[in-house]
Design a protein around this ligand. Structure first.
Ligand SMILES: [Zn+2]
Length: 297
C-alpha cells in the first residue's frame, strides 16, 4: 500500500453546491484552520436547483451562477482543493430530471465510483465523509453520493481496480448526520424564541417522529465547530440563489446558531474509532488527530 500522505487530509463528498457548507462547513473550516488539507468533491452542478431567492442572475443560466457561488463558499471556508465529479443534478425524487441520461441518479455505479476513486488516489485522504444511506433526507443524489463513496473507497484501495493512480487506503469513512437530541433541542429553541421551526409548531418529545435524523446511540463522533461558525454561515450565505435571506439557515439568531450548527455529528462506518466515545475529532486515533493539533497551530 502507498506510503502515508505528507499532510493529513479530509475529503468530503457532496451531491450539490451548498451541501458542503450546510453539512460539513464547520469541520471543513476547522480542518483548514488546524493544518489539515480539506478537499471537497461536488457530484453535480446543481442544475435542478431553483433561484429560491429570486436574485438577478444577469445573462447567466443558473448552473453558471452556482459555480460562482460555490467558489465564494469555498473561499469562505478557506478551501483550495475542489473537484466536480461531472454529473447532472437528478432533481427531487420522482421528477422528470431523474431520467436525464447525464443525471447522477442514472450514472453507472462503478463508473461514478471510479471517477471518485481516482480523486481519492490523487488526494490521499485519511478521512472521507459523505451522506448516509438514506441520503439524509431522501434526495436521489444524496443517496447516490453515499453509494458512490462507499464503492470508491473500496476501489481506491484495490490494486486490481482499473483506476488511475497508486492504490490508497482511506483510514476512516464517515457519514454526516444529525442526532435526534440535537434536532429536538433546535426545534424547542426555535419555538421558545417564537420562530418558525422546520418541524412544525408543536413541541415534540420523541425524536423518532422527526422525518430524519439518527438515533443518538448510533452517533460515534461529535465535533465542536462553534469557533468556526462565522465561516460556516458565510459559506452558506455565499450560496445566495439557494439559501436566500428568508432562509431558516441564515435567519437563525446568533445566540441560537450554536444550538443548530455548533456541533457536527457523524457515524463512523469503516475504520477504527478513536479512544474516546463519542469521538470529538474526525482524525481521532490517527496521526493528525487532536492530540497532534497543537504542533500544527
Ligand atoms: Zn443537496
Amino acid at each position: 500500500m502507498s506510503v502515508p500522505s505528507a499532510s493529513p487530509t479530509l475529503l468530503c463528498v457532496h451531491p450539490h453546491p451548498d451541501d458542503e457548507s450546510i453539512a460539513c462547513g464547520g469541520v471543513l473550516a476547522r480542518a483548514v484552520d488546524t493544518g489539515i488539507r480539506a478537499v471537497v468533491v461536488t457530484c453535480t452542478g446543481g442544475e435542478e436547483g431553483e433561484n429560491q431567492s429570486g436574485i438577478d442572475l444577469g445573462d447567466d443560466p443558473l448552473p453558471v451562477h452556482r459555480r460562482r457561488e460555490m467558489a465564494a463558499a469555498l473561499d469562505a471556508l478557506g478551501i483550495h482543493h475542489h473537484h466536480w465529479l461531472g454529473y447532472r443534478d437528478s432533481g427531487m425524487v420522482d421528477t422528470a430530471a431523474n431520467g436525464h441520461p447525464d443525471s447522477f441518479h442514472r450514472a453507472d455505479l462503478d463508473e461514478a465510483a471510479s471517477r471518485l476513486a481516482a480523486i481519492i488516489r490523487a488526494e490521499r485522504p485519511q478521512v472521507v465523509v459523505s451522506d448516509d444511506h438514506t441520503g439524509t433526507y431522501g434526495h436521489p443524489d444524496h443517496v447516490k453520493a453515499h453509494q458512490v463513496t462507499v464503492r470508491a473507497v473500496t476501489l481506491a484501495a484495490d490494486p486490481d481496480a482499473e483506476v488511475a493512480g497508486a492504490p490508497w487506503r482511506v483510514a476512516k469513512r464517515y457519514v454526516h448526520t444529525m442526532g435526534g437530541r440535537q434536532l429536538l433541542a433546535a426545534h424547542r429553541a426555535l419555538l421558545d424564541a417564537g420562530l418558525p421551526s422546520p418541524f412544525g409548531e408543536e413541541p415534540v418529545d420523541d425524536p423518532a417522529v422527526l422525518p430524519f435524523g439518527t438515533p443518538d446511540e448510533d452517533i460515534t463522533t461529535e465535533v465542536d465547530v462553534v469557533p468556526w461558525l462565522a465561516h460556516k454561515r458565510a459559506a452558506m450565505a455565499a450560496h445566495r440563489s439557494q439559501i436566500g435571506p428568508d432562509s431558516f439557515f441564515l435567519n437563525v439568531p446568533e445566540d441560537l446558531a450554536a444550538t443548530f450548527f455548533g456541533t457536527e455529528q457523524f457515524v463512523l462506518e469503516e475504520g477504527e474509532l478513536g479512544p474516546q466515545r463519542p469521538e470529538d475529532d474526525l482524525f481521532a486515533g490517527l496521526a493528525g488527530g487532536d492530540s497532534d493539533a497543537d504542533d500544527r497551530r
